[in-house]
Write a protein that binds this ligand. Structure first.
Ligand code: F6R
Length: 609
């Protein structure tokens, strides 16, 4: 859960490393460090955010055209200067930055200490530098890295430089993200693509247990045995502007506002002549779709909430039994999976450790798997049989927003595909579904116009300490998502519940200090029940904020505040209803002066268990 950047080329390394690292700060921000090769290796690091480290140390004196940089989210060893990366061997000649966890580090450390290696940190990472040092007694630099990694259990994305071989940067990965950027003036490594967009659009994906040796103008990839591997250079059409704030105060706000465009991109080319076209993305024939008996969807956090919406759609419309599981639970029990089960893993980053591991578990059971993911070439897309990309563009804010709604769009398209193949809906219904989603981008734009009213609610209630989010059916997961958004960016406690469950406990919490957010788009089955629930909250003095469908005349009579969303199909209402909740969380957090794009204790991709 850290960020890595590396460069080797003809340019000045430090400014590029700094820029890249700043865009990776969402991955970890308790300390930062740099190592630059120049007649030896100069290392500068300290605790705090990158800008704090810049203030403490004059980093501009770091001159040289090869180096590494790292921002840390502590796992092994507390937040201290000595635990900050980069880490070096005894001679300060071999320097590493690492993201991941070395599971057998204490055994390795003991062995190395017996051989008189002196450690200067409590981290698992430092053992790698000493192990390489040990192997370099009998072999060259890259071979020593490969040999060291053969002894390592766990996950790593690694950048290594060596003072004796200043023309090489060695990188390696296993279950932690690392990409190689091929620039015109040098080669890069980074934890994600946006970190390098300023310098290149050409990327090479490193696979698990592969190493890369980068020179100023060369890339060579091999496995841990040293056998050469072929690789492909892929072009990514994300622009640098996509990964910048574009005038918004925070990435989170920018990304909320990008949702109409993100949905348009996600639908682009996938709706043709009344059909959903996924080309070979999902890698399932019509026959295989017909044979699906069950679906299991796995994910974590916001992606898990998307999975719950997917369950509602698959069961309601495609009539396929669907279970949703937390990836972290799925991987550690013995799930019963029938032969004709389809497992779908959802992940914005494609690198969440639990989701990757759960998907691999499912694959071991021999069933078909699909990834729904935002990052090309990420671990889950490579592990799954098929991959459908959400075209949200880079999501930088730690709180997931546009990735969520694009996940819902993909799940909706899959629902249409499955319903059509299984004939659970007729042509008219399919057409209505397609017409419905085509309107969503414009309708999202009109929800964004409600921002003033939402800001007003934030102004009134940002000093409250608790809140409740209630929804039913397809909007129960939206209640969970709204509560999660508020918690993570504002640190205000919030709970999401199915609206009718309120009476079974949470109602005891309601008093005049408790805002209750009802997600209540019109639905013929439950609308009158939700009205009843609103009355119950009001009767106990609670403050009611409701998300309702335009034209609903009942809800505004009862709620303190009503935010309207346009009329759409019930299954699509979740995609619109979540936007006011994202904005509410954002504005409350902003009024409280929170660090919205990098909330405390969180990191964008949870690549540790
Ligand atoms: C919440 C949030 C997290 C992620 C979760 C899974 O706003 O961002 O809950 O949804 O960590 O991440 P991915 O989707 O990358 O697997």
């Amino acid at each position: 859960m850290c960020g890595i950047v590396g460069y080797i080329g003809n340019g000045e390394a430090y400014p590029m490393l700094l820029k890249g690292l700043k865009s990776l700060e969402y991955r970890g921000y308790d300390s930062a460090g740099f190592a630059i090769v120049n007649k030896g290796i100069a290392i500068e690091k300290d605790i705090g955010r990158i800008e704090d480290v810049e203030k403490k140390i004059d980093l501009s004196m770091l001159k040289g055209s090869a180096g590494l940089a790292h921002c840390r989210w502590a796992t092994h060893g507390s937040v201290t200067k000595s635990n900050a990366h980069p880490h070096a061997d005894c001679s300060n000649k071999i320097v590493v930055v690492h993201n991941g966890i070395i599971e057998n580090y204490s055994q390795l450390k003991e062995k190395l200490m017996q051989k008189n290696h002196a450690f200067s940190s409590e981290t698992d990472t430092e053992v790698i530098a000493h192990l390489i040092e040990e192997y370099m007694k009998n072999s060259g630099f890259e071979e020593a890295v490969r040999n060291a990694l053969k002894e390592v259990n766990g996950s790593y994305a690694l950048g290594v430089i060596c003072a004796d071989e200043p023309d090489k940067l060695v990188a390696a990965r296993n279950e932690s993200p690392l990409i190689i950027g091929k620039g015109s003036n040098g080669m890069f490594i980074a934890s994600d693509i946006p970190a390098l967009l300023e310098y290149t659009n050409s990327f090479v994906y490193l696979h698990d247990r592969e190493t890369a040796v980068l020179g100023k103008g060369s890339i060579a990839i091999s496995d841990l045995e040293g056998a050469k591997k072929n690789f492909k250079v892929s072009r990514i059409n994300w622009s640098r502007e996509d990964a910048e704030k574009g005038g918004y105060k925070h990435f989170m706000l920018k990304e909320i506002y990008e949702q109409p465009r993100a949905i348009t991109e996600t639908l682009n080319g996938r709706l043709k002549n009344g059909n959903v076209i996924f080309e070979e993305e999902i890698n399932l024939s019509d026959k295989e779709i017909l044979e699906i008996e069950d679906v299991k969807i796995i994910g974590c956090g916001t992606s898990w909430h998307a999975a719950l919406v997917g369950k509602f759609m698959f069961e309601e419309l495609a009539k396929i039994t669907t279970e949703v599981e937390y990836a972290s639970e799925f991987r550690y029990r013995n799930p019963i999976i029938k032969k004709n089960t389809l497992v779908i893993a959802i992940s914005q980053s494609g690198e969440t450790a639990d989701t990757v591991a759960a998907l691999k578990e499912a694959k071991k059971l021999g069933v078909k798997t699909i990834a729904i993911c935002n990052v090309r070439g990420s671990s889950i897309t490579r592990a799954a049989d098929g991959a459908v990309y959400t075209m949200a563009g880079p999501e930088i804010g730690v709180a997931s927003t546009k990735a969520f709604t694009t996940q819902l769009a993909v799940l909706y398209l899959l629902t249409i595909l499955f319903s059509k193949a299984r004939k659970t809906l007729n042509d008219r219904q399919i057409k209505d579904m397609i017409d419905g989603i085509r309107k969503i981008p414009l309708q999202m734009a009109s929800v964004l116009n409600e921002d003033m009213e939402i800001m007003n609610c934030a102004e009134l209630y940002h000093k409250k300490t608790n809140s409740l989010y209630l929804g039913r059916g397809v909007n129960f997961p939206i209640a969970l998502e709204g509560a999660l958004k508020l918690k993570e960016v504002s640190y205000m406690h919030a709970e999401g519940y199915p609206a009718a469950e309120m009476k079974h406990g949470p109602i005891a919490l309601i008093d005049e200090n408790m805002p209750v957010v009802f997600i209540a788009p019109h639905d013929i089955y439950t609308h009158s029940k939700i009205l009843g629930n609103i009355e119950e909250v009001k009767a106990r003095g609670g403050i009611v904020i409701a998300i309702a469908t335009e034209g609903d005349s009942e809800i505004p009579k009862k709620a303190g505040h009503t935010i309207f969303i346009p009329k759409t199909l019930y299954t699509l209402s979740s995609m619109l209803a979540v936007i006011p909740l994202q904005l509410l969380a954002y504005h409350i957090a902003d009024k409280l002066g929170r660090d919205i794009d990098k909330p405390r204790n969180l990191a964008k991709s949870v690549v540790v268990e």
